[in-house]
Design a protein. Structure first.
Length: 307
């Protein structure tokens, strides 16, 4: 994923969420709707999350130091994980609490026209934000399905924004359902039900994000197709007899570490081995440009003994 594509989607979502949050709080004040209040908190949580993603992206660009020789690329994973925690702690838990409170202390809605107007405006704004995220994701996901893209992406920003925008749209639909049913039936309990639905939705999304970003934080290797390209580059190097074993690790979304033990011919000179390693590194970087840190260990291949 290009960093510019992720940043564009984040900024689009941030602008939409700030304007929507203000409108939702105004509507909540006029109507007394718990669904609108929960949605306002939801938009505040989303806005803070987008700020965190932008901050994490900026921090990740710092140059490597002696203390962090491989750089700070994985800070993007850390802040994406924080986003999942914030979404759960602020968005989901508050919505569940507010829904329960309104369920046990139901209050009638006043001037519901405010709620309907704001919800329609918010749905339109979120649709444009979601459309931007989809457009940016389509540029990098290739032939992957959406579930596969979210699970396998090494860049956390677009999956986070996609799930946030999807959750925001569904949350608005739940809020619209709750307010509509409360107005039609005259029973404010429906508004509380809409709020609880929003809380459950946010909890599910935050858990999905936490699981995926936790995996990135722990360290993920290259995708199978990328590893195949690296092996092909090594196998095509004349001085490399075979790849004995190989490990890869993402130091960041656009930085890959490659470590491999390669077999060389037993009668190669030290100069020939060194030239072979240089050529192998060149071919790897040509095939996989994000392979920026490469360690190749020459060895002699020994066939495994048969038991």
């Amino acid at each position: 994923m290009s960093a510019s594509g992720g940043t564009k989607a984040i900024i689009a979502a941030l602008v939409a969420n700030i304007s929507i949050a203000v409108a939702k709080f105004v509507a909540a004040a006029f109507t007394g709707s718990s669904s609108m209040l929960a949605e306002g908190i939801h938009s505040v949580a989303d806005s803070s999350n987008q700020v965190l993603l932008l901050f994490g992206g900026k921090r990740a660009q710092r140059a490597s130091t002696q203390e962090h020789p491989f750089g700070y690329g994985r800070e993007r994973y850390f802040y994406a994980f924080v986003v999942a925690v914030v979404l759960f702690a602020i968005g989901a838990l508050f919505s569940l609490y507010e829904g329960y409170h309104k369920l046990t202390h139901a209050e009638p809605l006043t001037t519901p026209a405010w709620a309907f107007g704001v919800l329609i405006f918010a749905i339109i704004a979120e649709t444009f934000s979601f459309r931007t995220a989809i457009k940016e994701a389509n540029a990098v996901r290739g032939e992957q399905g959406w579930v596969s893209f979210i699970r396998r992406s090494k860049s956390p920003e677009l999956p986070v924004i996609l799930l946030e925008d999807l959750g925001a749209l569904l949350g608005l639909i739940f809020a619209l359902f709750g307010v509509t049913m409360a107005v039609v039936t005259g029973n404010p309990v429906w508004d509380a039900i809409g709020t609880l639905m929003i809380g459950v939705l946010l909890a599910v999304i935050s858990v999905v994000l936490a699981v995926e970003t936790k995996s990135l934080l722990l360290g993920e290797g290259a995708a199978p197709e990328t590893e195949s390209q690296i092996r092909a580059a090594l196998d095509s190097t004349p001085q490399v007899d075979r790849v004995i074993h190989m490990r890869t690790l993402h130091l960041g979304p656009e930085e890959l570490l490659v470590a491999a033990k390669i077999a060389v011919t037993h009668n190669d000179t030290a100069a020939e081995v060194a030239d072979g390693i240089d050529e192998a590194e060149r071919r790897i970087r040509e095939a996989v440009p994000i392979a920026r840190v490469i360690y190749l260990e020459p060895d002699l291949y020994r066939a495994p003994s048969k038991a």
